[in-house]
Design a protein around this ligand. Structure first.
Ligand code: NAP
Length: 474
């Protein structure tokens, strides 16, 4: 598949050669995209700035109608877009189809939600004054997204930005740009006017520099690692960019002795092994109350051993390849470090790396301790370490013992215990008996070094609106 950039309503191959996109399940080349840089990024921002003049004046009903056409086209073509995703990033096809549906849910949610971006009329303390509050689009929005959810991370930014009346420039990850290209083709078919949506693939650092320094850019919305998020924040200081940063996670899962065991195993499996453990909200470390740790570990081992590993295009595969060699080596390193420090492998603990394809087998470790790498860093792989705890206070303390604060999970049937745990976890997203809490209607985002801002829900629209106060003296 040959992908192109989309700038000011034109498809273009301009750039410094091409970037090859590889299939991580086979190690074979799947396609190419242009290796764009400063020139392409500047042209895209200029086009978005010009288009903003008219797009920001359209009614929200016009914008919602175009968004819903895009939504419908995406769902009509979900199988085809999902296949592109599986071939460039490796996730099982059923998960890729799920991601397209999830992406579409953001588009419909924000198409509706923007109709309620009401301002306010506030009673004044002085006679003859009127105090109005208006919500207005922030302006040109640029976005940078990661490879692990090539469709959803872009849709979660693009839909609210467009619904709010902003124009948009996307830079997808170099490993997975082709899903974005196909989504843009469908958006073009939906009929967005030229310049409203733009797509630039290529050098992250060059495009990023333009995004953080071009005077027409008003907002940068980024999803990716904490390290790059911090770098972009520094780069954005001089232009005082409005920033949303969705960064790394290191999610704890707490399983209390009064939990429904079936629900807990199911929830941990969903949280841990989706996308082969390559999600920012993946459970990374599992704390289980000592009285049930043996039974729980055995149940998790049995469920994990049944997972089918392979090419995501093959029927029934649940765990695809890791996206690249670095990802594979990180999982292997975390497991080796844990074993060296006293953990025991119940299942997995190995993998196969052949011809540029990297499969790590889903792994359960017991006897984990807080000093292990796997208990301190985001693994981004299918590794589930289990550590025993005694009291709820201890579990919460261990869970909060990190610089990250994106998602956390716990399992208990006690309202009192659950309320204590939920209210004391320092995380932006908490799943209580729920291993899959993400949804378009809810605010998604992290505390601490997991980021700034929220996506989804009312907050996700607010992120693309300025609040203007107008004081009228009659
Ligand atoms: P990454 O290395 O930070 O890359 C993310 C994006 O940033 C990619 O598009 C990348 O481009 C770009 N980038 C890299 N260096 C850049 C630079 N100097 N200037 C501008 N852009 C730059 O992260 P990743 O490995 O792709 O993604 C995994 C991380 O994302 C994990 O930490 C995960 O937790 C996090 N994540 C967070 C959320 C959330 O909602 N909080 C959701 C998903 C993932 P290239 O690909 O072209 O290099």
């Amino acid at each position: 598949m040959e992908g192109k950039n989309y700038i000011n309503g034109e498809w273009s191959t301009a750039g410094d050669g091409v970037i090859e996109v590889m299939n991580p399940a086979t190690g074979e080349k799947f396609g190419t995209v242009p290796n764009g840089g400063e020139t392409e990024a500047s042209a895209a921002v200029d086009a978005a700035a010009e288009a903003f003049k008219s797009w920001s004046k359209t009614t929200v009903y016009e914008r919602a109608s175009l968004l819903m056409k895009w939504h419908d086209l995406l769902l009509e073509n979900k199988q085809e877009v999902a296949e592109i995703m599986t071939k460039e990033m490796g996730k099982p096809l059923a998960e890729a189809v799920g991601e397209i549906e999830y992406s579409a849910s953001f588009i419909s949610w924000f198409a509706e939600e923007a109709k309620r971006s009401n301002g306010r009329l506030i009673p004044a303390s002085k006679e003859g004054k009127r105090i109005q509050v208006l919500k207005q689009p922030v302006g040109v929005v640029v976005s940078i997204t990661p490879w692990n959810f090539p469709a959803a991370m872009m849709a979660r930014k693009m839909a609210p930005a467009l619904a709010a009346g902003c124009t948009f420039v996307a830079k997808p990850a170099k490993l997975t740009p082709l899903t974005a290209v196909r989504m843009y083709e469908l958006a073009e078919e939906a009929g967005f006017p030229k310049g409203v949506i733009n797509l630039v693939t290529g050098s992250a650092s060059k495009i990023g520099r333009v995004f953080t320094s071009h005077p027409a850019v008003r907002k940068l919305t980024f999803t990716g690692s904490t390290e790059i998020g911090k770098e972009l924040m520094k780069q954005s200081a001089d232009s005082m960019l409005n920033l949303s940063l969705e960064l790394g996670g290191h999610a704890p899962i707490i399983v209390c002795e009064d939990a429904n065991m079936d629900l807990a195993v199911e929830g941990v499996m969903a949280s841990k092994f989706r996308n082969a453990g390559q999600t920012c909200v993946c459970g990374n470390r599992i704390y289980v109350q000592r009285s049930i740790v043996e039974e729980f570990s055995q149940r998790l081992q049995e469920a994990t051993a049944k997972l089918k590993v392979g090419n995501g295009m093959d029927e029934g595969v649940q765990i695809g390849p890791l996206v690249d060699q670095d990802g594979y080596e990180k999982s292997a390193r975390h497991v080796q470090d844990a074993v060296d420090k006293g953990a025991k492998v119940l299942v997995g603990g190995d993998g196969r790396a052949e011809n540029g394809a990297f499969f790590y087998n889903p792994t359960v470790l017991i006897n984990a301790t807080q000093d292990m790498l796997v208990m301190n860093e985001e693994t981004f792989g299918p590794v589930a370490p289990i550590m025993a705890f005694d009291t709820d206070e201890e579990a919460v303390r261990l869970a909060n013992d990190t610089r990250f604060g994106l998602a956390a999970y716990f399992f208990t049937d006690s309202l009192t215990r659950g309320t204590y745990i939920a209210e004391n976890l320092e995380y932006g997203i908490v799943g209580w008996n729920d291993g899959a809490p993400s949804s378009a209607q809810a605010p998604f985002g992290g505390m601490k070094e997991s980021g700034i801002g929220r996506e989804g829900g009312q907050e996700g629209l607010d992120a693309f609106l300025e609040t203007k106060y107008i004081s009228i003296k009659l």
